[in-house]
Ligand binder design. Structure first.
Ligand code: OOG
Ligand code: NI
Length: 458
């Protein structure tokens, strides 16, 4: 028997579209964010044809309109384990380990996302996935109670589990199975307003930490935001404010730059939702919010160390001379090189290499140019574009968690990364994002060398 399986990229796209339609219906603000981001992006591409050309050449223009990331928070190892298997059906794999306990949030996290170039360009849908760390709840009784509540929760429908198992056994899903899988898995991400715990339990969990109530009280890990990617977050934020949408005052991440790096994000407090507790008691809960982001160059370990150092400087000096945070950030980052050439020469960012038109013409002549990549760049046969950062930033994520938990509360936990425990729950290791970028860069260099060296020496 021959199978014709639906490509994982196609299942991921269907799922992200279904999620987007669901979230638009559940959180009206999300529709506003999409239209503002679409307008800003169209304007940026119209104003900057050179950027449009670069993105088109890199295959990145098409993905922009569909590009989203979401976030969920899980309650147990078993949930995380099954979630890994569900995402694998869609070609999404765990990348990176984020310890948020340092920021007073009792979770640790990974990002499920596609990893190879073609899959990223097809649809880079990612889900920041956090696991509650019950061991960080100090009150032993409350900890035991939360654990027991979660032990009886089933966040996946039987149909979803059946189709995950079938995909693993067969090596894929046919068209009909893929559609049923998407519909079944969507149930896990939906908002369920009927709490599994009574109002008094909710209050106790909430007093321990709002996030604990959010994870433990409900039937599933409702998707808490779905973020479109803008090419100009300052313009998008101004457009939001002009429409009266309350954005966070601060854009998380690096300051505005000529060559954007990493990730800049801002979030919007979204909705307070009605909750029905057993016995029909009514209450409310704030879980879901809006967020937009701008993505820039992925940094090498050296670039990232410089970024972390400058960010710490800016945060440490905040308010010291009456300057705003934006000013502190701009001052601190003045020393971070801001041209593609400097970022490449100083090995601060990762680059993808390809042939220019002159390089392609040279290949057609069959004449091999002397030297290596640097010489070919100088001669105009090859160009280097920064590789887009596909991951997250723990300091930004913590800021976003904090602002959307609805308060100024700060808890502190003894900082303790627990990657081994996380991976044990996951049932897999997380991939190292730096190794993925290094591979992408090395592959592109090899392709360029293969193209230019398979010929007679000039
Ligand atoms: C996740 C927050 C992290 C981001 O963009 O950094 C995140 C959460 O609030 O569950 O999505
Ligand atoms: Ni986010």
């Amino acid at each position: 028997m021959t199978h014709s399986f639906t490509p994982a990229d196609a299942i991921r796209t269907r799922f992200s579209e279904a999620m987007s339609a669901m979230y638009r219906a559940e959180v009206p603000l999300y529709g506003d964010l999409l239209s503002i981001v679409a307008e800003v992006n169209a304007q940026v591409l119209a104003d900057r044809p050179e950027l449009a050309a670069v993105m088109a050449a890199a295959g990145e223009l098409d993905r922009l309109d569909v590009e989203r990331h979401g976030a969920i928070r899980l309650g147990s190892a078993a949930e995380l384990n099954m979630m890994r298997r569900a995402f694998a059906v869609m070609g999404m794999h765990p990348v990176g380990y984020y310890d948020l306990s340092v920021a007073g949030v009792p979770v640790h996290s990974t990002a499920f996302r596609p990893i190879d170039d073609a899959a990223l360009n097809a649809n880079p849908f990612r889900v920041f996935t956090s696991l509650l760390r019950l061991e960080l709840i100090e009150d032993a009784d409350l900890r035991a109670e939360a654990e027991s509540i979660l032990s009886t929760r089933q966040i996946f429908t039987d149909e979803a589990v059946r189709l995950i198992e079938r995909a693993e056994a067969q090596g894929g899903l046919d068209e009909d199975e893929a559609d049923r899988f998407v519909a079944a898995l969507l149930e896990t991400f939906r908002w369920h307003g009927d709490a599994r715990v009574d109002a008094a339990t909710y209050d106790r969990l909430h007093d321990a930490h709002r996030l604990i109530a959010d994870v433990v009280s409900f039937r599933g890990p409702h998707i808490n935001h779905l973020t479109p990617r803008t090419l100009d977050i300052d313009a998008a934020q101004a457009a939001m404010q002009a429409r009266g949408i309350a954005a966070k005052a601060v854009i998380e991440g690096p300051p505005p730059r000529a060559v954007p790096i990493l990730l800049r994000q801002t979030s919007f407090k979204a909705i307070e939702e009605g909750v029905t507790f057993p016995g029909d008691r009514q209450g409310h809960h704030t879980a879901r919010f809006g967020e937009i982001e701008q993505r820039g160059a992925a940094l090498t370990a050296k670039g990232r160390a410089l970024y972390d150092q400058l960010l710490a400087t800016a945060r440490g000096e905040q308010g010291s001379q009456g300057d705003s945070y934006a000013e502190q950030l701009a001052t601190a980052f003045a020393t971070f090189p801001d041209t593609p050439e400097a970022l490449r020469e100083q090995e601060l960012a990762w680059f993808r290499y390809d042939l220019t038109e002159a390089g392609q013409r040279l290949v057609a002549t069959g004449v091999q140019p002397a030297g290596d990549i640097d010489a070919w760049l100088a001669a105009g046969y090859v160009r280097a574009q920064p590789i887009v950062y596909e991951d997250f930033l723990p300091v930004s994520a913590a800021g976003i968690f904090q602002s959307n938990l609805g308060g100024t509360e700060q808890r502190s936990y003894a900082a303790s990364a627990a990657q081994a425990a996380f991976e044990e729950a996951l049932g897999d290791t997380v991939q190292d994002e730096l190794a993925l970028y290094a591979d992408a860069q090395a592959r592109s260099m090899q392709q360029v060398r293969d193209a230019l060296r398979g010929m007679a020496v000039a």
